[in-house]
Design a protein around this ligand. Structure first.
Ligand code: ADP
Ligand code: MG
Length: 269
């Protein structure tokens, strides 16, 4: 039994990178499960119309199911939309469905369109008396309205960076967008963490990517890297995280240590 330091306030984290396939969903889901395994209360909000986090956490889409789409359009509360996870008692998920992709256009003229998720999460945390230790938002691969909602709703951004050629491409644009959100909508927002995913220690490229990101963002890059692993990629097809799918496997997400003492003030990029 590993002791889990409970945060005194709910930590709100968005996992974002406008590039697809870099490991956002894998990170959001497995980190959530690792934290839940330690005994934390965790809510995952699936903000991607593809619904990959929902699938990976074992939620089968059904007609009439309440989703993130209903939550941000104000039809239901998070309380009414969240679903339990069958492997971890303290893990819950607000599932997403493809109709969420229509939200960007439908909400284009709503004045408070950027803060719909923020309002829903605040209401939920008030109602549940801050019983949740973590809220983790899985973002779609874009910098559109859904991601903006996530950035307005959280305090921390976790950016997964794939150990691949062109890894840093697009990172500047992402950080620029985050700083615009800081200036205009959410002064509490900070990039707390970067995490190298699909790391292959045998390749020079992986090590080069790690070193390059470390040179640019030394304060926020985690020492832990996520290895490329067949088990990690198989787990979602069984509606599971690698935490429950491969309980005796190499530590992977269990060893991800989120920065505990957040730096005060704005991080410099
Ligand atoms: P994103 O959410 O950024 O689009 P995903 O988390 O869905 O990215 O990952 C993209 C693909 O790569 C998925 O098929 C996933 O299973 C696979 N994948 C992610 N991380 C790993 C890893 N560490 N090892 C092997 N496959 C991985
Ligand atoms: Mg994804």
């Amino acid at each position: 039994n590993i002791k889990f330091p409970k945060p005194s306030k709910t930590r709100l984290i968005a996992v974002a990178n406008q590039k697809g396939g870099v490991g956002k969903t894998t990170t959001a889901v497995n980190l959530a499960c690792a934290l839940a395994e330690y005994g934390a209360h965790v809510l995952v909000v699936d903000m991607d119309p593809q619904g990959n986090a929902s699938t990976a956490l074992g939620v089968k889409r059904a007609q009439g199911m309440n989703t993130t789409y209903d939550v941000i359009e104000g039809r239901v509360s998070i309380e009414e939309a969240k679903q339990k996870n069958s492997h971890f008692k303290h893990l819950e998920l607000v599932p997403a469905s493809i109709d969420l992709s229509g939200a960007e256009l439908e909400l284009a003229n709503v004045p408070e369109r950027n803060t719909l998720l923020k309002q829903a999460i605040e209401e939920f945390l008030d109602q549940t008396k801050q019983r949740y230790d973590y809220v983790i938002v899985d973002c779609p691969p874009s910098l559109g309205l859904l991601v903006l909602n996530a950035m307005c709703a959280v305090h921390e951004m976790l950016i997964p960076v794939q150990a691949e050629y062109y890894a840093l491409e697009g990172l500047q644009q992402l950080l620029h967008t985050i700083s615009l959100v800081q200036q205009n909508y959410n002064s509490a927002l900070m990039v707390s963490t970067m995490l190298i995913t699909m790391f292959d220690r045998r390749t020079l490229l992986s090590r080069e990517v790690y070193e390059e990101v470390k040179d640019h963002y030394p304060q926020i890059l985690l020492k832990t890297t996520i290895p490329r692993s067949v088990k990690i990629s198989e787990a979602p097809s069984f509606g599971q995280s690698v935490i429950s799918y491969d309980p005796r496997g190499r530590a992977q997400f269990r060893t991800v240590k989120l920065p505990w003492r957040l730096q005060s003030g704005r991080p410099r990029y």
